[in-house]
Design a protein around this ligand. Sequence first.
Ligand code: IMP
Length: 187
Amino acid sequence: MTTMDLRADIGEILLTEAQIQARVADLGVQISADYAGRPLTLVSVLKGSLPFMADLMRSITLPVRIDLMEVSSYSGATTESSGLVRILKDLSSSIEGEDVLICEDIIDTGLTLNYLVRYLGGKKPASLRICTLLDKPARRLVEIPVDYTGFTIPDQFVVGYGLDYGELYRNLRYVGVLRPEVYTESE
Ligand code: IMP
């Protein structure tokens, strides 16, 4: 069960606040150079990508537009492997002709992003690239062309800096591994 002490529920801290901030700043520099002279549209996937998007957009020196989508994966055993996702919140405006960069918190199986890339690609952006803070390649089921990766991490369930377990822990400034007792005791 989740205690009232968020820190006590975390075992190893995988990425400190300083490490995350330094890497996000680097990504901003790289993205600003790659898209130099072009305005950029960042599309973030709620809710986990919120802190990442907020920090990344402030590290980019180009004119930036933002838009937000929210999706949920179907949880049924058969639909899960097909990568079907439901759109809970769609884009607010057209991305046709725009340079679009998807900001994701973490790529795990890749099924969510695989769907999103096809969905957003159908809206005729001038270009479509992917930036993810975390990549867990060990669990990938579909190949995803990731253009920018913050950190590649091992196959562990992590929380913090936007990532949740049961909607909690998103407000931690670091990324940590949840103690197994937290999820085994609540099942
Ligand atoms: P995918 O479709 O399997 O790539 O799932 C991506 C989504 O699963 C992410 O946007 C997260 O919401 C969630 N997810 C995957 N791994 C983790 C994790 O370690 N902690 C928290 N959420 C995760």
